[in-house]
Ligand binder design. Structure first.
Ligand code: GAP
Length: 540
């Protein structure tokens, strides 16, 4: 079962070093996050998988890495200066600002309906270029990576001698001054996009749009988001972006956030190449483009068959890396029972929970809102305590709990049970896992076990194919749990049999490999370990 609440993911991400709030020691910066030691690995693995599938494994793609800063005219002719706006309203009562389309006429902060009329707010960040601050010396931070591809269309075409249809892929940062960034990585002000602009002959665009829809769904499945978990939203005409003829949004059901876009697949027609071209009147454009007196190029393709220059249509699959990572973490997250909890211990935990909830109900120290939230969550957990016992940790992190004396008793009853009988596991596809293999010595104060484990780690790491770590900071059971929680698919233990000092001499030179998902253990000769692990990582 995937994560039931976003809090579970936020807590894990902070605790284990996937994601940190930006500039946290100065109070943070709203809508901006940093990727920690494990987050950067997971993010890089997602991007590498996307690049491998969309660039290396196809024969119709090229890559690009365009600059973030671009000539301001790019954003004039792309239409972003004019139309990349969100509707902004102010609450006259509490002075907060909101996106009009997110709040249904009521201020979420104070409940007032006294709001200003919506007015357009351009989401592009501006920055100063050079030392003189005048009206002509600024640039925008790009709000999408796509434009870097469009303005390089002719360069890539000439350099690669491609024929239509072909595509250009790019991964990079984008920036949007979102009015209300929220929901962790979901809506942020600085994020990464993985974008493809796929250029086709006009008339074949609808067919290619469908093909890309299927190709992208297959990729999501490959990284662990099954087809059944994605909804395709055929965006209605009145919601389409200014450049789009038709867009399919792929939607994922995030806990707490709801069904939301993870990727947009748009038919951008000849809008972008047309808008950035000179001599537009001679190009037979179908899109309503911005009249362009500044461009020095015609962004066209010479079609040998007809002997004419055409402006290709564009199909654009565009996914956010952060939203992808959040979906992957939610989908792969599980808290599960590893061995049965004795009935009397479960009964004691249930009793402690009831006593805690009674105390919450009576408490005058906490707000009515906090009390209702605690009682509702507590009632939910009581319904299925054996399955949901680990969620008591989140209950105990909710506002108001520190005012309830009995919370300590509840923690005291439940924490040892959670530690002993449950585990948190990220069932990441091995290819995406930040760490592929963890190697442990059975005892950390035994020189030969330690030296052998370190040598095994070094050799696996030297393959360059599997990030391998060494750990001896606890008992093996605890080390397994720490690796499960970050999604490490394989743990290798070096024990006395490995070094020929165990009961069975036949096991000398072998190690135990424990599988994250099945928890099954297998004895594998060190000489075959690399091959064994490589095959498993590739096949899953
Ligand atoms: N070039 C097309 C384009 O930028 P978009 O639907 O605005 O289209 C594409 O953005 C993807 O970028 C979205 O599906 C989402 O995954 C990601 N994205 C957009 N705005 C975001 C934000 N504020 N925070 C995180 N990801 C965002």
């Amino acid at each position: 079962m995937p994560a039931v609440s976003l809090d579970q993911i936020v807590a894990l991400a902070k605790r284990r070093g996937f994601i940190f709030p930006s500039s946290e020691i100065y109070g943070g910066l709203q809508g901006v996050y940093d990727y920690g030691p494990l987050g950067v690995e997971l993010k890089n693995n997602i991007i590498a998988d996307w690049w491998r599938t969309n660039v290396y494994e196809r024969d119709d793609m090229e890559g690009l890495d365009a600059a973030i800063l671009m000539n301001r005219l790019v954003w004039k002719y792309s239409g972003h200066e004019e139309t990349f706006n969100d509707p902004l309203v102010d609450c006259r009562a509490c002075k907060m600002r909101w996106r009009a389309d997110h709040i249904h006429g009521v201020c979420p902060n104070c409940g007032s309906r006294d709001l200003t009329e919506p007015r357009p707010f351009n989401m592009m960040f501006r920055t100063q270029i050079g030392p003189v601050a005048d009206s002509g010396s600024f640039a925008y931070l790009r709000p999408e990576t796509a434009q870097g591809i469009f303005v390089n269309f002719a360069n890539v075409l000439t350099a690669s001698a491609r024929k239509l249809p072909f595509g250009i892929a790019q991964v990079g940062k984008a920036f949007r001054n979102e009015i209300n960034p929220r929901n962790f990585l979901f809506r942020v002000r600085e994020f990464e996009q993985m974008e493809i602009e796929y250029f086709v002959m006009p008339g074949s665009d609808e067919e290619w749009h469908q093909r890309w829809l299927e190709a992208r769904l297959a990729w999501w499945e490959q990284i662990g988001i099954p087809r059944s978990r994605i909804t395709i939203y055929d965006v209605p005409a009145d919601e389409l972006a200014h450049y789009s003829k038709r867009t399919f949004d792929l939607m994922y059901d995030y806990p707490n956030i709801g069904v939301q876009e993870i990727e947009g697949i748009a038919n951008r027609t000849d809008y972008d190449l047309g808008s950035h071209s000179k001599d537009q009147a001679q190009l037979n454009l179908t899109a309503r483009v911005n009249h362009n007196e500044d461009s020095i190029a015609r962004l066209t393709y010479f079609d040998q068959a007809s002997g004419r220059h055409v402006v290709p249509y564009v199909i654009e699959p565009s996914a956010g890396v952060g939203r992808c990572m959040l979906a992957v973490m939610c989908e792969s997250y599980a808290e599960e029972l590893t061995k049965p909890v004795p009935t009397e211990k479960l009964a004691a935990a249930a009793e402690a929970l009831q006593a805690f909830l009674k105390s919450v109900g009576r408490s005058e120290k906490i707000s009515a809102e906090a009390r209702d939230a605690l009682l509702a969550r507590g009632a939910e957990l009581s319904q299925a305590l054996v399955e949901r016992l680990p969620e008591v940790e989140q209950l105990l992190a909710m506002p108001g709990v520190d005012q309830i004396e009995l919370s300590k008793k509840l923690r005291g009853q439940t924490q040892p049970l959670i530690d002993e009988h449950y585990r948190t596991v990220l069932r990441l596809k091995p290819r995406l896992a930040p760490v592929k293999v963890a190697v442990f010595p059975l005892k950390r104060n035994h020189d030969q076990l330690v030296a052998t484990a370190k040598a095994v780690r070094r050799e696996l790491q030297a393959t360059g194919e599997m990030r391998t770590v060494y750990d001896d900071t606890g008992a093996i059971g605890k080390l397994y749990r720490r690796q499960d929680e970050i999604g490490t698919p394989f743990c290798v233990t070096v024990d006395f049999d490995t070094i020929g000092q165990g009961k069975d001499p036949a096991l000398a030179g072998t190690v135990t490999v424990r599988d994250r998902d099945t928890m099954a253990q297998e004895r594998v000769p060190i000489a075959e370990l690399e091959q064994y692990l490589r095959a498993k990582i590739r096949s899953a």
